[in-house]
Write a protein that binds this ligand. Structure first.
Ligand code: ATP
Ligand code: MG
Length: 425
């Protein structure tokens, strides 16, 4: 036998034991998004490399070193999407979704970045992305944040905190950038290698550095908020007062800048300290310039992305119960007659009770071995069918999770009895 192959490093299988948590998150998120009038869009996983180069920015971590880029068979340079906003904007422009229209959109799926795999950081990971086009805010900024707060509640997650900042306009950022560069140049020898390199190309990103040796230096750096323009300042103040009114707590983090180039004005992250170093579960902000930059009409925009792996990890570490998806019933069938009737009775049950989960035993075997499987399946009841039961047109119902006697019901009464026992009416 040849050696079994393994998955690509940093790319995970989501196994049945985990997938119930994933489904729980997906269902709850979808429910909340629908409650705010969002519609789903689905984009390809692969886009032209050019799209990401232009939208994310040449000197970002993603474009510089994290993209999965390849030449397809006719020589075009393609890239597995590292994030969803660029593709979403591309799709909106391509299909004229933004002309005189407000759009509230969401999408979900895998993203790909060649990062160093560690807990909460993978090479294939999953996001749910949310974007609103055509609204300048700050009302919609506030609504998005109120919606995320509702999401955590709906998922049963606790102790997530919101960090907020305003990046101002690009002119304001340019003035800040000059001041920051001047300051950092004075302390050039205290910068790590990455930051020294970024000093020319993308100095704002240095503020985002996670290197503990640089924190004191960065704490004393000029603050963006001293440079932002009046319009952005009042936008931000209105946002804060709307959040106050809605009772959403937040902390203003003057060093929050976000990893991608296209943000301006509002930026935010929801963070937890319960996941170790990878504590940001949701991140986003305003990107009013991007649509025009990618060839569409100037359109205000704001969005965020949820990190699925981190949310699922947090559900796990906070022990949030998720709905049990084990079968309700396991149908034990011994003998040829029983097998045939088992198949048909299960179908009739599914017809009558659409929420019902039934596993009908396949593959034969004794009562004893089938009961073992019934037990392992997690089912609450075993339905028991042998030749005797078939002759009497009856089924045994044996509770598997409680100490109670088996009962017998007729074929015709089965679905009513099952509905009653499982409270499915
Ligand atoms: P970080 O600073 O953690 O690298 P980022 O700024 O690169 O984050 P975004 O591009 O804004 O992150 O992505 C939004 C969210 O997607 C993150 O907050 C996180 O929850 C999740 N995410 C990003 N990269 C990864 C990854 N490699 N593995 C798992 N989740 C990720
Ligand atoms: Mg990153």
């Amino acid at each position: 036998m040849s050696k079994a192959l393994q998955a690509v490093r940093g790319m995970n299988d989501i196994l049945p034991q985990q997938s119930t948590r994933w489904q729980f998150v997906e269902e709850r998120v979808r429910g909340v998004l629908e409650a705010y009038g969002f519609c789903e869009v689905r984009m390809p996983v692969v886009e032209k490399t050019e799209l990401f180069r232009r939208s994310i920015g040449e000197v970002t971590d993603i474009v510089e070193k994290e993209m999965y880029t390849f030449a397809d068979r006719n020589g075009d340079s393609l890239t597995l999407r590292p994030e969803g906003t660029a593709g979403c904007v591309r799709a909106c422009i391509e299909h004229s979704l933004l002309v005189n229209h407000v759009q509230r959109l969401w999408y979900g799926g895998p993203m790909f970045r060649h990062e160093r795999p560690q807990k909460g950081r993978y090479r294939q990971f999953h996001q749910i992305g949310v974007e609103v086009f055509g609204l300048e805010g700050p009302d919609v900024d506030a609504e998005l944040l109120v919606m995320t707060a509702r999401l955590w509640k709906s998922l049963g997650l606790r102790r997530l905190s919101l960090q907020l900042n305003s990046l101002g306009t690009s002119e304001a950022r340019a003035r800040f950038r000059d001041a920051l560069v001047a300051y950092l140049k004075e302390h050039f020898d205290q910068l790590d290698e990455d930051s020294q390199r970024r000093l020319d190309s993308n100095p704002l990103r240095i503020l985002d550095s996670k290197n503990p040796d640089m924190q004191a230096l960065l704490d004393a750096a000029p603050l963006l908020r001293d440079y932002i323009d009046d319009a952005s300042r009042s936008h931000f103040e209105s946002l804060c007062s709307l959040l106050d009114a809605a009772g959403v707590d937040y902390r203003i983090n003057p060093r929050l800048v976000r990893g991608l180039d296209y943000y301006g004005r509002t930026v935010f992250e929801w963070v937890t300290d319960e996941l170790g170093a990878q504590g940001t579960v949701c991140a986003g902000g305003r990107y009013d310039g991007l649509v025009e930059y990618l060839g569409g009409r100037a359109t205000a925009a704001i969005g965020f992305a949820l990190g699925m792996e981190r949310l699922v990890g947090l559900l796990e570490s906070q022990d949030v119960p998720v709905p049990d998806r084990s079968p309700h019933l396991y149908v034990v069938v011994v003998g040829e007659q029983a097998q045939r009737h088992g198949l048909l009775l299960s179908e009739r049950l599914r017809d009558a009770l659409p929420q019902l989960r039934v596993v009908t035993h396949c593959g034969g075997g004794s009562f004893k071995s089938q009961f073992k499987k019934a037990d392992r399946s997690g089912a609450r009841y075993a339905l028991v069918l042998g030749d005797e039961e078939v002759n009497r047109r009856e089924v045994g119902i044996k509770p598997l999770r409680e100490d109670r006697e088996q009962e017998t019901v007729s074929f015709d009464a089965l679905h009513t009895r099952v509905a009653h026992l499982l409270e499915l009416v």
